[in-house]
Design a protein around this ligand. Structure first.
Ligand SMILES: Cc1ncc(COP(=O)(O)O)c(C=O)c1O
Length: 400
C-alpha cells in the first residue's frame, strides 16, 4: 500500500465511480490500470466557470454518460459543492443513479422520454424532463393526472441543431398548449447550439437570433418567458450574451477546452488521468515482430515493456504505433498493435525500467503531459469522445 502511494501519488481517501470497492482493495485497484479523477481540478474548473457568469445566471453541471467517463456520482457531488446549481443527464437511468446516491439537487433529463412508464419513474424520482412535442406533453399530462402529481418540465426548441426540439417558430402555440395541460409546470425553455466551438460565429449568431425571436414572440403573446438557457461550454466561454438564466457546461468542467480559440477565456485544469503499470520488461533482437500482425518489427535490439491496458479498457486500437506515453517524466513510443488488455512500448531509453512502474497514458508526468485533445487529434475525433471511451473495468480513483 505504501509503495503504491509513493509511485502513483494516489491517496486512499476516497474510491468511487459505482465500484463497490473498499480501501483494502486499493492495492488491487491500481495494480493494472486505472483512471484518476482530480477532485481539486474539478472544483477549480467549476469556480472558474462561475466567475464568467453574472447574477442571476446559474451553472448546471452536465454529468451525462457517467460524467463524460469521470464517474457521475462523484462529479455531481463535487460540482454541487463547488457551486453548481443543478445537474443535467441524458437518460432516465442516469438520473435515477444520482437520486439513489442521495443527490437531491434539480436534475434535468436532456433526452426524450416517450412512454408512461418513464413518466412514472420521472415523477417517482423527482426528475425534470425535457418536452419536445405536443404528443409528449399530452402523454405526460395524462400519466401525471393518474398519479395526481405535478412535474416541472423543460420545453426544448430547435433553433438549428436539427436534433430534439419544437421548431422555434412554433414556440407560442407550444407554450400555450403546455400551459393549458394539467400537472405540467413550465420550468424553462431552452435550445442547443450546433457550432458554438467554431471560430466562425455565423451559425451560432443565427441560432441566438432565433432564440431571441422565440422569446419576443412569447412576450408579444403576453406570455412572460420562464427561465431560459442556450449555452454549452463553448458558448459559455465565447460570449456572455448567450448565458441567460443557466449555462449547461460539460466539457469545460472536465478541464478541456472546446476549441483552441477559447483557451484565453478561463484557466481550466484537466480532471482525468489514465494510468497503467508495466507488467513485464524484456529485450528483443533485431528482426523480431511485436504484437498481432507484426505491425512493428524491431530494426535493432530493443528493450520493450508490456503494459496492462488495452482497447477493452478504452485505448483505441487505431492509436497503434501512433501514440506515446510518459514514464519517469519521459516520452516513450508505443509499438505494435494495441491488444485487448495490453500494449507494448519501446523503452530502450530507460534500460533499468522495472515491472510495476507507472505509465501515464493521459495526464501529466514531470514537465510533460498528454491530453485527450492529443489523442483526438491523432484519431480525427473530438475530446468528448475520448473522455467517454474509458470503460468501467478501469476503476475511477479520486485524488487531490
Ligand atoms: C443539450 C446539451 N446541453 C449541454 C451539453 C454540454 O455540452 P459541452 O460538453 O460542450 O459543454 C450537451 C452535451 O452534449 C447537450 O447535449
Amino acid at each position: 500500500m505504501q509503495e503504491l502511494k509513493r509511485t502513483t501519488g494516489v491517496t486512499t481517501r476516497k474510491l468511487e465511480g459505482g465500484f463497490p470497492l473498499t480501501v483494502d482493495a486499493f492495492g488491487d485497484l491500481c495494480q493494472r490500470a486505472w483512471v484518476e479523477i482530480d477532485q481539486g481540478a474539478l472544483s477549480h474548473n467549476v469556480r472558474q466557470l462561475k466567475q464568467l457568469l453574472s447574477a442571476p445566471t446559474q451553472l448546471m453541471a452536465v454529468v451525462k454518460a457517467d460524467a463524460y467517463g469521470h464517474g457521475a456520482t462523484m462529479v455531481a457531488r463535487i460540482a454541487l459543492e463547488a457551486g453548481a446549481s443543478g445537474l443535467c443527464v441524458a437518460t432516465l437511468q442516469e438520473g435515477i443513479q444520482l437520486r439513489e446516491a442521495g443527490i437531491e439537487a434539480p436534475i434535468l433529463l436532456l433526452g426524450a422520454m416517450n412512454t408512461p412508464e418513464q413518466v412514472n419513474a420521472i415523477a417517482h424520482w423527482q426528475l425534470e424532463p425535457t418536452i419536445c412535442t405536443p404528443e409528449q406533453a399530452w402523454m405526460f399530462s395524462e400519466t401525471l393526472s393518474g398519479l395526481k402529481k405535478t412535474l416541472p418540465v423543460h420545453l426544448k426548441l430547435d433553433t438549428g441543431m436539427s436534433r430534439l426540439g419544437m421548431p422555434w417558430q412554433e414556440v407560442t402555440q407550444f407554450v400555450r398548449l403546455v400551459k393549458r395541460l394539467p400537472y405540467l409546470k413550465i420550468a424553462s425553455i431552452y435550445s442547443h447550439l450546433a457550432t458554438a466551438d467554431s471560430p466562425d460565429p455565423t451559425i451560432m449568431r443565427l441560432q441566438h437570433q432565433r432564440f431571441e425571436d422565440a422569446i419576443a414572440q412569447l412576450r408579444d403573446a403576453g406570455i412572460k418567458p420562464p427561465c431560459l438557457h442556450l449555452a454549452n461550454s463553448a458558448a459559455t466561454l465565447a460570449d456572455a450574451s448567450l448565458h441567460y438564466d443557466w449555462v449547461r457546461a460539460g466539457l469545460a468542467l472536465y478541464g478541456l477546452y472546446p476549441a483552441e480559440h477559447l483557451r484565453h477565456a478561463v484557466d481550466l485544469k484537466p480532471v482525468m488521468q489514465v494510468k497503467a503499470r508495466v507488467t513485464q520488461v524484456k529485450t528483443i533482437p533485431p528482426g523480431t515482430g511485436v504484437s498481432y500482425g507484426y505491425q512493428f518489427i524491431a530494426d535493432k535490439e530493443t528493450r520493450i515493456a508490456i503494459v496492462g491496458i488495452g482497447y477493452a479498457d478504452g485505448v483505441p486500437r487505431n492509436l497503434s504505433n501512433k501514440m506515446t506515453v510518459l514514464i519517469r517524466g519521459q516520452q516513450v513510443r508505443q509499438i505494435g498493435a494495441i491488444t485487448m488488455d495490453q500494449l507494448m512500448l519501446d523503452v530502450s531509453a530507460i534500460p533499468d525500467l522495472q515491472t510495476g512502474e507507472v505509465v501515464t497514458l493521459i495526464g501529466q508526468d514531470g514537465d510533460l503531459s498528454i491530453s485527450a485533445d492529443d489523442w483526438a487529434e491523432t484519431l480525427g475525433t473530438i475530446s468528448w469522445e475520448i473522455l467517454c471511451s474509458f470503460k468501467h473495468r478501469l476503476p475511477r480513483v479520486a485524488v487531490g
